[in-house]
Design a binder for this molecule. Sequence first.
Ligand code: SF4
Length: 179
Amino acid sequence: MGSLTEVTNTGDGFMATTIDAVVNWGRKNSLWPMPLGLSCCAIEMMSMVGPRFDLARFGAEAMRFSPRQCDLMIVAGTLTWKMAQAARTIYDQMPEPKWVIAMGVCASSGGMYRNYSVVQGVDLLFPVDMYVPGCPPRPEAVIDAVLKLQKRIERERAWSTGRQRPMPANPRGPILARS
Ligand code: SF4
């Protein structure tokens, strides 16, 4: 815990720090991913939590298919407009604070699927914190995104109220009526 300062020579000893540092330290080291595996990228995401790449080293391996217990959505694959409402509902069900990683070019920008049926980047539906390029990205690239996200969480205000990031303007109002 690099930001903590130990004060010595005081008899009993104590540590001085800020609430932000303690809360963010806990948050960044216990990310619970919500895997949104939509197509081929999901295979790389699965290997990321396996023994070879071992995301558990960074405290983020507890994948649960339960949005209300998760705080990190990993969108891995091609998101179609037909699935968009479901993806947005899952995002809405996750409690704040929450973060999103767009894994691969399909999730980041629609990739090679430049057509009417594919969402041209999941940031049209909800805010994205990290974009991972590649088709598919290697597991190390996603782990790198998790580490960079942890660095960002370190600097956040722990007690900010309400939604931490603005929602994007909704280009498909009738489809995502609740946004
Ligand atoms: S980025 Fe490539 S590997 Fe990933 S979902 Fe798209 S086509 Fe599949």
